[in-house]
Design a protein around this ligand. Structure first.
Ligand code: PEP
Ligand code: MN
Length: 343
């Protein structure tokens, strides 16, 4: 069972709840988030009166949940959620395109990539300043200088920014620039990082671990939610399989499965899953068709010189087709492309 306190709850309200629960012999775990405080109950809760608890001052909700993930489960939250990133919605009814370079390299290249993204219908800009590279000899990102470039390009284009944070110590710094924090596949079960982004007061995009089951992915999201942050977007980015023709195998069925199990929005990364430019547009079409709430796509003005993931970046010549996917496909599903925020 989970008790969600409302923002108006006082410390006394919390103390009363905890003592009622503990008096019934049930252990409590209190997570104080920026937006809400959550009391997790562990033990035999059969003696607890959920309706009575719900009536206590400061209580917003009391949930009995049978799945191992609770706050992100759809069981007690049948409505699918919409997460807003700098005013841009990601959720049911819309298809949100996020695009940009894999890594922030220079101001000029990031601005060019942002303009490419915009011309294809992207309403959020992606770009990594901290890069989680498989090799320690590969480009690791520009760090804070990259975050400053992203903030400048946001200023110039009006596009809110999505950028990765790779360790818990950097969360505050990255959150001071980013509109949305990204947790990548390699950190998808880094529980201290998940807890830190859960407390950062920014929406989070959580990629699926490349070897994580859907249940493990949702448990990872629960770590973020448990810190009081329910502004989480799940991103399917491909999983490891025996197949070597693609970098990873896009698990397209994970989209409707995760949407059925969780109320959180689910987007797809057609770039990191296939790892090949020629697959990005077909996988983007598949993502919209399967009901994804958005896509995150790599674009680069000169991919042959890119410091990271050039082979999967879309180029100028691809943008017309991407724009067409965005204008033609969502409408067939009764959705609309998410609109840009007013500059
Ligand atoms: C990225 O989006 O830049 C990235 C590193 O993706 P992933 O974590 O899915 O590999
Ligand atoms: Mn990349």
């Amino acid at each position: 069972m989970v008790i969600v306190m409302g923002p108006e709850a006082t410390p006394d309200d919390l103390t009363s709840i905890v003592s009622v629960v503990q008096a019934a012999g049930v252990e409590t775990f209190v997570s104080k988030g920026v937006r809400r405080t959550i009391v997790g109950l562990v033990g035999d809760v059969t003696q607890l009166d959920a309706a009575g608890l719900r009536g206590m001052p400061g209580v917003r909700d009391v949930m009995r949940v049978t799945t191992p993930y609770k706050l992100v489960s759809r069981e007690n939250h049948p409505e699918r959620s919409t997460v807003h990133v700098g005013g841009v919605p990601i959720g049911p009814g819309t298809v949100t395109l996020i695009a940009g370079p894999c890594a922030v390299e220079t101001h000029q290249l990031t601005l060019e990539a942002a303009r490419m993204a915009q011309s294809a219908g992207a309403v959020l800009l992606r770009g990594g300043a901290f890069k989680p590279r498989t090799s320690p000899y590969a480009f690791q990102g520009l760090g804070e200088a990259g975050l400053r470039i992203l903030a400048d390009v946001r200023e110039e284009t009006g596009l809110p920014i999505v950028t990765e944070v790779v360790n818990a110590q950097d969360v505050e710094l990255v959150a001071s620039y980013a509109d949305m924090l990204q947790v990548g596949t390699r950190n998808a079960q880094n529980f201290s990082l998940l807890q830190a982004v859960g407390a950062a007061g920014r929406p989070v995009m959580l990629k699926r671990g490349m070897n994580a089951t859907i249940e493990e992915w949702l448990m990872a999201a629960e770590y973020i939610a448990q810190r009081g942050n329910l502004d989480i977007v799940l991103c399917e980015r491909g999983i490891r399989t025996f197949e070597t023709a693609t970098r990873n195998t896009l698990d397209i069925s994970a989209v409707p499965v995760a949407q059925r199990l969780s109320h959180l929005p689910v987007i797809v990364d057609p770039s990191h899953s296939g790892g090949r430019r020629d697959l990005v547009l077909p996988l983007t079409r598949a993502a919209v068709a399967v009901g994804a709430d958005g896509m995150i796509v790599d674009v680069h003005p000169h991919p042959e010189q890119a410091l990271c993931d050039g082979p999967q970046a879309l180029v100028d010549a691809d943008l017309g087709e991407l724009a067409q996917v965005m204008t033609d496909l969502p409408v067939l599903l009764g959705k609309s492309p998410a609109a840009a925020v007013a500059a």
